[in-house]
Design a protein around this ligand. Structure first.
Ligand SMILES: O=C(O)CCC(=O)C(=O)O
Ligand SMILES: [Fe+2]
Length: 168
C-alpha cells in the first residue's frame, strides 16, 4: 500500500507496530420473513482492516457500491478483507472504507467471524503527511485512535455517517 501510494517506507506501517485487534463472532438465526428484518445494520468498520470469514458459507454479506447493495458470495477457504475508516483517514480518503450490511437467510442460520485491526490505541491518526498535497488538502482532522473507537461504539450503526465527525 505504501508503494502503491508512493509513500515513504514505514510511513503507514509504523502505525501497526503494536496493533489493536478485536474479534466479533456474528450469529444470524434464520427468519421466515427475511425481507422484514436485518442482520447487521449498514456500517463501515471503524478500524483499518477487517479480515472476515463467512464461516458456514451462507450468503448474507452485502456491500454498497454506487448506491446499490451487492451480495458477496462466500468462497470456500477465503477471507473477505474490508477497508475500515481508520485506513480512509490515514490515506487521506484514497482508500475508502466500504459500507456493508448483513442480511438474514430464510432457511439457514449464518455465522461470520470478523477480525478487526487498528493502530495502537495510544496513537493519534490523521492523513499521513505525504498524502496531503496542494491538489489534495487534508480531508480529515487528527483524532486519537481510542477516541475514534469510543465514539463509534456509542452510536448506532448508520452507514458511513460516523467518519463525518473527523471530516474537514
Ligand atoms: O456477517 C458479516 O458478514 C458481516 C459482519 C460485520 O460486518 C462486522 O462484524 O462488522
Ligand atoms: Fe462490519
Amino acid at each position: 500500500m505504501e508503494k502503491a501510494l508512493k509513500m515513504k517506507t514505514n510511513e503507514l506501517l509504523e502505525y501497526f507496530e503494536d496493533p489493536g485487534q478485536g474479534i466479533r463472532m456474528n450469529y444470524y438465526p434464520p427468519c421466515p420473513k427475511p425481507e422484514n428484518v436485518i442482520g447487521l445494520n449498514p456500517h463501515s468498520d471503524s478500524g483499518a482492516l477487517t479480515i472476515l470469514l463467512q464461516v458456514n458459507e451462507v450468503e448474507g454479506l452485502q456491500i454498497r457500491k454506487d448506491g446499490m447493495w451487492i451480495p458477496i458470495k462466500p468462497l470456500s477457504n477465503a477471507f473477505v478483507i474490508n477497508i475500515g475508516d481508520m485506513l480512509e483517514i490515514l490515506t487521506n480518503g484514497i482508500y475508502r472504507s466500504i459500507e456493508h450490511r448483513a442480511t438474514i437467510n430464510s432457511k439457514n442460520e449464518r455465522i461470520s467471524i470478523a477480525g478487526f485491526h487498528r493502530p495502537q490505541m495510544s496513537r493519534d491518526i490523521g492523513p499521513t503527511p505525504t498524502l496531503i498535497t496542494a491538489e489534495r488538502p487534508a480531508l480529515f482532522k487528527r483524532i486519537g485512535v481510542a477516541d475514534y473507537l469510543n465514539g463509534f461504539m456509542l452510536r448506532k450503526l448508520q452507514g458511513k455517517s460516523y467518519i463525518d465527525v473527523v471530516r474537514i
